[in-house]
Design a protein around this ligand. Structure first.
Ligand code: AMP
Ligand code: ZN
Length: 116
């Protein structure tokens, strides 16, 4: 499944460039263009699914692989021990702007919660 006007499908196909940090057969990880922390990487499945719940329903093993890859990114970035945050925004009011599921891997500084 893919949508021709999806930015992240274009990153998967190579049509849009990205700073790719990891790839697996079914996933791609690349640096966020507007980083909110010293490490800010997005991990996506190559297949188009609109959000985490849709991916969980369609292919739970692939959602598991996205999370495994997110942890590997944290290890590669040296933040697995200090700590990192995984975020799936779902829906416009949560701030989801790209409707191809992606998990944000954030770390490398103290992440205050709640925000603001
Ligand atoms: P979200 O708000 O959860 O939908 O996250 C979308 C994220 O994609 C934002 O953090 C953007 O900074 C990021 N983003 C948008 N365009 C690009 C791009 N071309 N390459 C890398 N990250 C991008
Ligand atoms: Zn897509």
């Amino acid at each position: 499944m893919s949508t021709s006007d999806c930015l992240f499908c274009k990153i998967v196909s190579g049509e849009v460039p990205a700073k790719i940090v990891r790839e697996s057969e079914r996933t791609v990880a690349f640096r966020d263009i507007n980083p909110q922390a010293p490490t800010h990487v997005l991990v996506i499945p190559r297949e188009h699914h609109p959000n985490a719940a849709a991916l969980a329903a369609a292919d739970p093993a692939l959602l598991g692989e996205v999370l495994t890859e997110a942890h590997r990114v944290a290890v590669d970035e040296g933040i697995a021990d200090s700590g990192y945050r995984l975020v799936f925004n779902t829906g416009a009011q949560a701030g989801q702007t790209i409707f191809h599921v992606h998990v944000h891997v954030l770390g490398g500084r103290d992440l205050n919660w709640p925000p603001g």
